[in-house]
Design a protein around this ligand. Sequence first.
Ligand code: GLN
Length: 616
Amino acid sequence: MVEYAPFLHKYLDDLHQTYASLQEGEVADYIPELTKVDADAFGIAIVTVDGHVYQTGDTRLPFTIQSISKPLTYGIALEDNGVEDIFSKINVEPSGEAFNRISLEHATGRPRNPMINAGAIAASALVSGDTPAEKIQRILDVYSKYAGHGLIIDYDVFRSEKSTGHRNRAIGHMLRNANILDQDIDEVLDVYFQQCSINVTCRDLANMAATLANEGVNPVTGVRALSSEHVPRVLSAMATCGMYDGSGEWLYQIGLPAKSGVGGGIIAVLPDRLGIAVFSPRLDAKGNSARGIAVCRALSQDLNLHAFSNERYSSVDVIRTAYNLTQMRSKKARNTEMLEVLSRDGHKVAIIEASGELMFTTSEILTSYVCTHTTDARHIVIDLRRASSCDKAAAQLIIWLDELLQSQNKTLILTGTADKSGLTKYIKQIIGKEKVKQLFAIDDLEQALVHYENILLEDAGISPFLTEPVPLEKQPLCESLTPDELGQLTTFLVERSFPAGEYVCHAGDQDSSLYFLIAGEIGIYLPLNHDRHQHIATICAGGSFGEQAMLEQRKRSADVVAITDSKCLMLDYEKFAEHKDERDIQVLQLKLLSAIALDLSKKLRMADQEIGFLTF
Ligand code: GLN
């Protein structure tokens, strides 16, 4: 099985341990067969819309679905009859009444909503099929799509409820009396009791909840269980009525459409994100799993899942792009030997650029991605420049990821967090100021890339620094020049020195000279708006710059700044061009221009690759 974010299993294990001691409530006994269940059984499962499954405890133990069948059958009834027809027979007003209350709307005789027994019995009767057997088969087929595998009926529970379910029979007769149903009531109840007796596991229920979160498509199997147009209808009925007379408080505290069953199951749905299921058979006075409610409350709080919480919906993909150092490097110039090492070992450094709102659901995707897609990497950089916000749950997930990576002798750093006070605040709050140093060690992505390239080069026994001066004859642009040609070129060159920090030229300068960097290191920065700069390249001795302004005879497009004390040879191209009629100058010019063309072509290739990754 693929381990998405393994630390979430640990979180669920801890939650399971905490709530295992909560013994409140009683197992349902009005259906005698239900008392045979293990009262201590306890499972928790979460399935995301990406099909990631997290579970703990008794998630494979079968029990009967009971009232969690109600939203599913309501969905089938909507599909089989259309919205208007169903609405004329079953209203959608919260009743604030117990699930088995014998009451219908005064004026219309309609059940108040599809989540209490009266509405659910009506919905079962409205499922397509000429016989009860056909109806229950249709129900089983659809529920199996929700669960992701074929489900069966527990006939012992069915018989037990059939022989004792006089109250439900009374509800059935009342529906017949109000002309909501015209079928034989015993047949209708046979379908309803069988639907309630379908066996599921906690894991199945999480799949069902995730299917509702995923517009009706089971995210694990990709099979549609409900047409997407009906999903909001089912979810709103769950939100307002799913927990019976506890629905208001549930929505207020937990904030998720949900449904409980007297078998001990609860499902909760965070639309577009995930489905939750808890199984624990002891029920509170309202017929909802007591431990199930407590666990859902904790999940909602810890993971900030309340559907009406601020910043809930984020439409942006959290993983903007992901690459390693073989695919995209820093902007720092490297020689051939270094490039060979980086293309051989670059997979050891993975970079993930995240964007949008970081909350539990998006961070689960982000951290799962790191766990499953960067297994080759030893160093992981998550760049958060484009992350717009971060809640406490997201910070917690990042910390768990960090702990996991440390246990695997890997390092994690977060770049681009300097102006993300939320993220740094939460992380510092959770693990303490001292411990976060490594995580925030380098804030600039470009610097982080250089740092990790340097580590890879040092690991390969190569000094990452190009400190040796490179005289003119060794400059790559001059490789094909004869000594005479070099001599000639020298007559057009002027030597200039720049102490560290000094500008070589500014964007907008009317200077079209080509520079050979003989010693030192210079940085090229493209001015952006609001005083921001994009670092486009770091050039080391042996490199050249200024060729674009030279070729196009236009103003400088970028600022050039000496990073260390630097020495350049500046070619005054205008003066050089004045001699363009002399044959040997023409040869020299041609050789220089072809070397520049080759260099530009290489740069363009890299830029293309970069654009490819940035638009991935
Ligand atoms: N079969 C049960 C009944 O009708 C379902 C009730 C429930 O799960 N709340 O009584």
